[in-house]
Design a protein around this ligand. Structure first.
Ligand code: ADP
Ligand code: MG
Length: 247
């Protein structure tokens, strides 16, 4: 599905990603874990070119981008088109406050996919139903709980019919009692075969739902393997030390 090789990213003289190689197969669920500042968000954003790498290649199907080899950088049009193939869900929900849940989900289909209004509305209602919010379609975000807002954000991302979903600490800003409802939606997406890369501190969830766990530290992939193996019997001391904070 997606493959990055030799990926590098610097911010000024701060090298954040150092030659990252990562492949995610179609239908695979990969959990990306690691300490704060290790480069998880930057790597996730490089996967859909929301952050433009300084070196390496990013390939998704037939589309391939090379960075740092002296080639011209892809234009904004090409970048936007590539980004549209992935859905991204952030810690902050970023819903439009003056639009209802339904209108938030319809926005992408109407403006980007140029769908007719009745079709966009039907799709949005179907997706709100899928995330368990068919009864909240007419509510404004201010009237929704954090967990409900995040589920609207997931429905909104799905409305673009992405080939892959990227989650960046989607449950980190939620009250503990609301985390489960969002993880539940993510788990059902995984079960439907959606390709997903999930940055998370929910280690039990990663163990249960992910096929693979990738441990990142200081911009380097230290360990990459089957979820249960990495979490239950990590091979690297650094992975073990990091995981020891969670139990
Ligand atoms: P994580 O998500 O694992 O906490 P990040 O990818 O957010 O890590 O950050 C990795 C490093 O990159 C940090 O040192 C952070 O300060 C730096 N960084 C991230 N984004 C930017 C940016 N837009 N400008 C400058 N530095 C950044
Ligand atoms: Mg982050």
């Amino acid at each position: 599905m997606i493959e990055v090789a030799g990926l590098q990213k610097r911010f000024g003289d701060n090298t954040v990603l150092r030659s990252i190689d990562l492949r995610v197969a179609r239908g695979e669920v990969v959990a990306l874990i690691g300490p704060s500042g290790s480069g998880k968000s930057t790597l996730l954003r490089c996967l859909n070119l929301l952050v433009v790498p300084d070196g390496g290649t990013v390939r998704m199907g037939e589309r391939r981008f090379d960075f740092g080899g002296g080639d011209a950088l892809p234009g904004t049009g090409a970048l936007a088109k590539f980004r549209a193939t992935t859905g991204m869900v952030f810690q902050q929900f970023n819903l439009f406050p003056h639009r209802t849940a339904l209108q938030n989900v319809m926005e992408g289909p109407l403006t980007v996919r140029r769908m007719a209004k009745p079709q966009a509305e039907a799709l949005a209602r179907e997706l709100l139903d899928k995330v368990g919010l068919s009864d909240k379609a007419e509510q404004y975000p201010s009237r929704l709980s954090g967990g409900q807002k995040q589920r609207v954000a997931i429905a909104r991302a799905l409305a673009m019919q992405p080939e892959m979903m990227l989650f960046d600490e989607a449950t980190s800003a939620l009250d503990p009692e609301l985390v489960g409802e969002v993880l539940g939606v993510m788990q059902s997406l995984a079960a439907e075969g959606m390709t997903m890369v999930i940055v998370t501190h929910e280690i039990a969830f990663a163990r249960e739902v992910a096929d693979r766990v990738v441990f990142l530290r200081d911009g380097v992939i230290v360990e990459d393997g089957p979820a249960r193996q990495v979490i239950d019997t990590p091979r690297q001391d650094a992975t073990r030390a990091f995981l020891s904070h969670f139990h």
